[in-house]
Design a protein around this ligand. Sequence first.
Ligand code: ZN
Length: 223
Amino acid sequence: MANIHFHPDPVLLSRFAHGELESASSIMISAHLEFCPYCRQKIAAIETEQAGLLEKSEPATLSPALNAMMQQIMDQELVDETVDDWPDTQLKLEDKSYPLPSALQRHNEKIGPWSRLPGNIKRAQVDVSGSCKMNFIYMDSDSALPEHTHQGQEITLVLAGEFYDENGTYKPGDFIIQTEAHKHLPRTREGKDCLCLTLLNAPLHFTSGLATLLNPFSQLFFR
Ligand SMILES: [Zn+2]
């Protein structure tokens, strides 16, 4: 998708290709790859390089399992559309329905239920192993998350719709990493809602005047 402006950095892609990321981070990267031919090419190049190195040292080595997974992702684009109608490949929110990232398909028992957060935000937790917290975040049109900074790191992948903050507008496939250094105020415009998949490795720290009220919200959000 040519509209993607924010990608995982080369170090992260390389660590993914080498199987060095924990599963929650790998899910975020592979979900981005489904949107992004540019990064798929980069992964393929790293793998070709790896395969070359393996051939030199161990001629009989089997292809890495990652190759099989990437092949699966590529193949899925060719799969007949009826497959997309399977309920467990879709994320449901009231009358709306969104295609799930492949890595989360057929694992519906690990998702949800939706809960309502302040500011027209809805959230469904994804049960992932490790210390990270993964959530689907739905922002209705014309809504805002309270301004916050991050202790640690937050990865956001836009799955549908769009949101914006001080630094730009983010659309499907955009992969944004926020750290302690960032303070931002995510918002949606009138008539534009947004579904994201987020991965947090520490609670959000809210900086707005409502901070006192929102402290419980911070815990709620991270849980
Ligand atoms: Zn990309």
